[in-house]
Write a protein that binds this ligand. Structure first.
Ligand code: CTP
Ligand code: MG
Length: 252
C-alpha cells in the first residue's frame, strides 16, 4: 500500500438547512462558542493524523462563503476542498466523494452537525478500516427504552413492540469505509433512483445504511457522548456547555 492509500480522506456533508434547529443561517454555519459548527467539525478531522484531505459539501449557493469562512478560521494551510452539496444528505456525500482523488483508499464521512467529536473517535474509525473492515460506525448504547410504533400524526400511536435495548446502538459519525465500498453503494443507490424515476427505496440517514442495503458488512466501534449531533435548539445549549468545559480545562 502506498502512502496516499494509507491516509484517509474525509467528506463532510454540510449542505443541510437545519430545519429542526429553527430559523436562521444553514446549520453548518451557525456558531458554537463564536465559531461555525462546520469549522469545529473540520478541525476535529484535521487534528487526526489519519486524515490527509477534507472535502466539504457546502450549500450549493454558499460555496464561496464556505471557502472564505474556512480560510478566516486558520484552516488555509490544510488540504481542504469545498464542493457544492445536493438536495439530500446522500447526494451531498456522493458529490463530496467524487472530489476525492482516485488513489485515496479510505474515506470517512462526518456530519458538519457533529462539531465536538473527539479525535480519538476519528482515529479509532480510521484504524478499524485500515485493519480490514469495509465499513465502520462509531456508536453508543441507548439511555432510553425504544418502542416501535405505527406512526399516527398527532397520536395516540399504537405500540408494535419493544426491541431489547441491550442490542441497540445510537450511531454517530465519522463513519469509515473502504473507498470502493462507499463509492460502489452510492453508485448503486443512484442507479436505482434513476431507474425508478426517483421513486426508489426510502433514503437512508447514514452511509453505513447504504452498505447494509446492498449486503455489505458493517461493524461498530465505541463512539463518544460528545460526538452527538446538533439537531434541535437544546443540542446547541449542550454543545456550548461541553465547549465551555473544554476551554476551562485547557486554561489550566
Ligand atoms: N446534509 C447535507 N445535504 C443535505 C442535507 C443534510 O450535506 N441536503 C448534511 C447536514 O448539513 C448535516 C448532516 O447532513 O451536517 C446531517 O444531517 P441533519 O442533521 O439532518 O442536518 P440538516 O438536514 O441540516 O437538518 P434538518 O434535517 O433538521 O433540516
Ligand atoms: Mg436533515
Amino acid at each position: 500500500m502506498n502512502a496516499t492509500a494509507a491516509v484517509a480522506a474525509a467528506v463532510v456533508p454540510a449542505a443541510g438547512r437545519g430545519e429542526r434547529l429553527g430559523p436562521g443561517a444553514p446549520k453548518a454555519l451557525r456558531e458554537l462558542g463564536g465559531v461555525p459548527l462546520l469549522v469545529h467539525a473540520v478541525r476535529a478531522l484535521t487534528r487526526s493524523r489519519a486524515v490527509g484531505l477534507v472535502v466539504v459539501a457546502a450549500p450549493a449557493d454558499g460555496v464561496a462563503e464556505v471557502v472564505a469562512l474556512l480560510d478566516s478560521h486558520g484552516l488555509e494551510g490544510k488540504d481542504i476542498r469545498v464542493v457544492a452539496g445536493g438536495a439530500t444528505r446522500q447526494e451531498s456525500v456522493r458529490l463530496g466523494l467524487a472530489a476525492i482523488p482516485a488513489e485515496v483508499g479510505i474515506v470517512l464521512v462526518h456530519d458538519a452537525a457533529r462539531p465536538l467529536v473527539p479525535v480519538e473517535v476519528v482515529d479509532a474509525v480510521a484504524s478499524a478500516v485500515r485493519a480490514g473492515a469495509e465499513a465502520v460506525v462509531p456508536a453508543v448504547p441507548l439511555a432510553d427504552t425504544v418502542k416501535r410504533v405505527e406512526p399516527v400524526a398527532g397520536g395516540p400511536e399504537p405500540v408494535l413492540d419493544t426491541p431489547d435495548r441491550a442490542t441497540l446502538r445510537a450511531v454517530q459519525t465519522p463513519q469509515g469505509f473502504r473507498r470502493e465500498t462507499l463509492a460502489g453503494v452510492h453508485a448503486k443507490a443512484l442507479a436505482e433512483e434513476t431507474a425508478q424515476d426517483g421513486a426508489g427505496l426510502p433514503p437512508v440517514t447514514d452511509d453505513a445504511g447504504l452498505v447494509e442495503r446492498f449486503g455489505g458488512r458493517v461493524v461498530v466501534v465505541p463512539g463518544h457522548e460528545e460526538a452527538f449531533k446538533v439537531t434541535r435548539p437544546l443540542d446547541l445549549v449542550l454543545a456550548e456547555a461541553v465547549l465551555a468545559r473544554r476551554r476551562a480545562a485547557d486554561a489550566y
